[in-house]
Structures are given as C-alpha cells and as structure tokens.
Design a binder for this molecule. Structure first.
Ligand code: C2O
Ligand code: CU
Ligand code: CU
Length: 560
C-alpha cells in the first residue's frame, strides 16, 4: 500500500515538472514585405482554460519583424479583429502618416499599407494598437509584437544575434485576470504577469555562453525592477533606440511601460545550472506602479503583487552552441546627444485633478483632444523639453516619431544606462523633473500630428496625451497642381535618388490613411501619368513597385 502511494507521488511530481511551460519565442519574419493580421483568439494561458485574447497573425502577441536600416519596407495590416484598430511602430522614426497613431484607424476588414524607409539605429522596438480610448483594452488582450532593427554598426560588433538561441526577445506584461481567468480590460489591480504570453515562472533554455535578452515592458501600467535571484551581474548594452556607448554593469534594471533594454548575461561555464530571473517590486522607488504607492488619500491603487518580489522565469543553462560568443565588448557605439545650443525650450507639466488623484491626469492642464494640435515644431530644429511631474506617481513619458536624449533627471546627469537614444523616460513623482533634447528631422506634415503621452495606457486613454505638428517653411513634400493634359506626370515628381525607373511596373497612390486611391500598371521609361485630379486636397503617397512586387520607391506629394 505504502509503495503504491510513493509511486503515485513520484508520478505526480514528474507530471508537474514536465508541465513547466516553455517560454515561446515569437516567430521571426524578415524581408521588406510584411503582413500583419490583427485578430481575436483563444489562448490556454492557465492549464485547461481558454482565455479570450487578441493578437497579430495568431491568438496572442505577434511575430517579430526583423528590419534592416536603410531598407524600404511595405507592411500590410489587414484588420480582422472585429473592431477598429491602429498599428503603431513604437520608436520608429517614420512620417506621421506611417506612424499608426490614433489618426490612422483601420476599420474592420480594411487593410492599411504603410511604406517607409527604416531610418533607425539597431535596437529593439515594438508595435501595438493606438486607437484613442481603446489602446489599453487591445494591448492587454494581447496585441503587441517586437521589431528588431539591425544596422551596419551593430553588425560589426561581436554580439549574440542568433534569434531565439542566444538573442531572445522577452515581453513582460502585467495583467488583470478575473476568477474565470479572462483578461479584464483594466489595469489598476493587475494580479498576474505574463512572459511572452505565458504565466510567470515558466522556463527558458539558454546556452552556456554570452546571451542577449531583449527586454520589453509591454504592460499597461506597472514597472519592473528586474534582477537575478543570486544578484548575478549583467550588462545593459542598449536602451530604447540604440546601443549605449559601452556596456553598463548592473544587478537591477528598472523598466517602465513601453521601455526596452537589451542585456548581455554571461552564462559561460554554467551548463546544467538553473537561474531565476525575478521582479523586485519591493525595491522600486515609492510611487512607481508595481512598487509601494504613496499612501495619502483613500484608494492607493495597489494591486495584490505590488511591492512584492517574485519569480518571472527559470533559465535552464544548456550546452554552448558552435561559434558561441564568449566575451563582452568593452565599447559599443559613440552616442552624440544633440547640441543644446540655441535649442527652443518647451515645458510639459503633469498634474492630477484633484491633486491627490491617482486616475485623473493632465499634461499642461489639458486632456487630449483629437481635434486640437497642442503645438507646432519646426522641421530641423532642436528643442529642450522640461517634463515636470506634480502628481503622486511616476509617469513614463513617450514621444512619437523620434528618439531623444535624456539631459538630466531631478537635476542630475542621467544614469549611464539612460544615456543612449530613448523614446520613453520616467518622470519621477512629487515634483520630479526630467530634461530631454529632441530634434525634428526628415518629416514635416501640415496636417498629421505626432503624439506625446504617458505610456500608462489608462492614463493615455483618458487623455494624458497631446499632439504636435512638425512644419516646414520650405515644405518637404512636393506640391503638385495637376494640369488637364497631364494629371500627375512622373516627370513632375522629384524621384528618389538611385531609382531604376526601368524596373517600375506598378504605381499606386495611397491617401494618408493608407487607403489605395489609384493604381496604374506603367512603363515608366516612356513617361507615365496618373490621374489624381478628382482626389480631395491633401497629402498622398505614391508607391512604385517592380515585377516581383518589391517596393522600389516611395514619393510623398500634396495635392492642391
Ligand atoms: Cu507605444 Cu504612443 O505609443
Ligand atoms: Cu510610440
Ligand atoms: Cu501616467
């Protein structure tokens, strides 16, 4: 009798061990043409339970898009979500019309087809929905994916870059599940954390060599203070928008919603060991969501896992691979922050109403309004932004369309790991102040704005957001006045450098919402024309592709 019990116990334990979920790696897609399909789905996040989710090309999260700096990419976002959405390329320097902001809704069944040149430095970016008022609900249901940009500078360094083997993207997301394990579209009392869409405490195999983890805080609200159980040191090599000057040695790393960091962990000689990667919520500064919140007033908005430490994942160290990276470079890239000389100052004040409120936030006293442009910036100019937080909690401030440099945090030079290019920065609570230097390059648009906002999605959805135009005295888009004889002649357009006209077999004209307005099969050498005379006044994009469907050129124009 005793024997049988013992056997059953062993079998039960074995089942539990085998049941440790492996952390999935999102599929990688490369090239210059991408298809994303926002959709609903069912995911088995808790054993035996079907949770209703949303994702791109699958039930939850989305594929990792691998982009090469300098390439022109065409992305088709075909919305099958059963609801309107937008797709924002968080961190990428693209024109306002390609940015996927709240002004570029994709209706159910429609396809949005942005085309843009990848101008960003090698780093980890991401994509997610940005429909005003619905960003939180679509993101927490599972819509988010990685974008990895590579460039020549990064490629010349000896760094791990075998996707899913020694170079692993990991998105950490706080969520709220109800008693029946469905995702609740709110973020005030988050009670669970998912890693790449599976429950915290799952397992990841990594080889016994230098590995690179691309960490994304894809949460709607809360911070992480990452670290290893045994205080194992790691090196941060990149922040949001690019490599740092040199690897920064650390044992703890704080990331706010929307922020990314790439870290190197040296697992050399650790084959067979198990390491534990953890959240150290008890060590977050006070007022950072996920840690200890300010205690004044009634509801302090703490969730059940806040201010606590817990395991995020187990790392099982396996045999090293062939050609393993075994050393960490001592220097990376030279970051040169924009000069502040002659920069235009601009202030952003974050406030709450009433003062102690933990839910009702404003920027410069205003709530976001789709119809209001909060300011205009001039193309080519540099500005120094002073961000002041007069509320009781930290806010991760994000700007679209550019990367910035942090000049100071509470009057002091930023820590080394914040010294690279960034697009999200935390403004500490209780009169915390951050200064950043921004520059408006390449893209002016007389109508379509860029957003700036708090990346806590409930704050953003309820209006802690603003928008600005980048304008140019000498407009960077060609103004065309179609004549009756030649509605829009190819000869009228300043064609991009290096374009091989003989290869172009198809011309398409899109409006700024990405809707195809005109298509023409063309033999360009003989001078083609495309009739746009009946199109409404506004900005358009003309895309030229070759026989294989590859985009060879993109030209913006403004139709008077
Ligand atoms: Cu990550 Cu305005 O977005
Ligand atoms: Cu963004
Ligand atoms: Cu906020």
């Amino acid at each position: 009798m005793k024997k049988i019990t013992g056997f059953l116990l062993v079998a039960f334990l074995a089942a539990r061990i085998n049941a440790q979920t492996q952390i999935p790696i999102p599929p990688l897609v490369e090239g210059t043409n991408f298809n994303l399909i926002p959709q609903t789905g069912l995911a088995e996040i808790y054993p035996g339970v079907q949770t209703h989710t949303m994702g791109y090309n699958g039930a939850i999260l989305g594929p990792t898009l691998l982009l090469e700096k300098g390439e022109t990419v065409a992305i088709n976002v075909h919305n099958q979500l059963g609801d309107t959405t937008t797709t924002h390329w968080h961190g990428l320097h693209v024109s306002p019309s390609n940015d996927g902001s709240p002004h570029t809704p994709i209706m159910e069944g429609d396809t949005w087809a942005p085309v843009f040149e990848v101008m960003d430095n090698a780093a980890t970016y991401w994509y997610h929905p940005h429909l005003h008022g619905k960003t939180l609900s679509q993101v927490v249901k599972g819509m988010a994916g990685f974008i990895i940009v590579r460039d020549a500078v990064e490629s010349a360094l000896v760094l791990p870059r075998t996707y899913g083997v020694d170079d692993v993207p990991l998105v950490f997301q706080w969520k709220t599940f109800n008693a029946s394990k469905q995702i609740v579209e709110t973020d005030e009392q988050d009670n669970e954390v998912l890693v790449n869409g599976v429950l915290r405490g799952s397992a990841l195999n990594l080889p016994a060599q230098v590995v690179r983890l691309r960490l994304l805080n894809g949460s709607s609200h809360r911070y992480f203070d990452f670290g290893f159980a045994n205080s194992l040191a790691f090196k941060q090599i990149a922040g949001d928008g690019g490599l740092l000057d040199a690897p920064v040695s650390m044992t703890k790393l704080i990331l706010g919603p929307g922020e990314r960091a790439e870290i190197l962990v040296d697992l050399t000689g650790k084959e067979g060991q198990t390491l534990t990667f953890r959240q150290f919520g008890s060590q977050l500064p006070q007022g950072y969501p996920g840690g200890m919140m300010m205690m004044m007033g009634g509801n302090n908005m703490m969730g059940p896992l806040d201010d606590t430490d817990f395991d995020l994942m187990s790392i099982h160290v396996t045999a090293p691979t062939a050609n393993a990276v075994t050393a960490i470079p001592s220097t990376l890239v030279a970051n040169t922050p924009y000069s502040q000389a002659g920069a235009i100052p601009r202030s952003f004040g974050m406030t709450a109403q009433p003062m102690m409120s933990m839910t009702n936030f404003f920027i410069n006293g205003l709530k976001f309004d789709m119809e209001t442009i909060n300011f205009e910036a001039e193309l080519g100019k540099t500005e120094v932004w002073t961000l002041t937080n007069s509320t009781m909690m930290a806010h991760p401030f994000h700007v679209h369309g550019l990367s910035f440099y942090v000049i100071s945090v509470n009057g002091a030079a930023p820590p080394l790991n914040l010294k690279g290019r960034k697009d999200v920065v935390t403004v500490p609570p209780m009169q915390g102040q951050v200064k950043i230097v921004v520059r408006f390059e390449d893209f002016a648009d007389p109508e379509m704005p860029y957003m700036y906002h708090c990346h806590i999605l409930s704050h953003e959805d309820t209006g802690m957001m603003g928008q600005f135009l980048v304008t140019s005295s000498s407009s960077s888009t060609t103004e065309l006045e179609p004549s009756s004889t030649c509605p829009i002649c190819i000869d009228d357009l300043p064609l991009p450098k290096g374009i091989e006209l003989s290869k172009v077999v198809r011309i398409e004209v899109f409006n700024l919402g990405g809707r195809l307005m005109r298509a023409l099969e063309a033999e360009l050498v003989n001078g083609a024309s495309i009739d746009v005379s009946d199109l409404p006044t506004g900005g358009y994009m003309m895309k030229m592709s070759d026989a294989t469907g590859k985009t060879v050129a993109v030209q913006r124009f403004f139709k008077n």
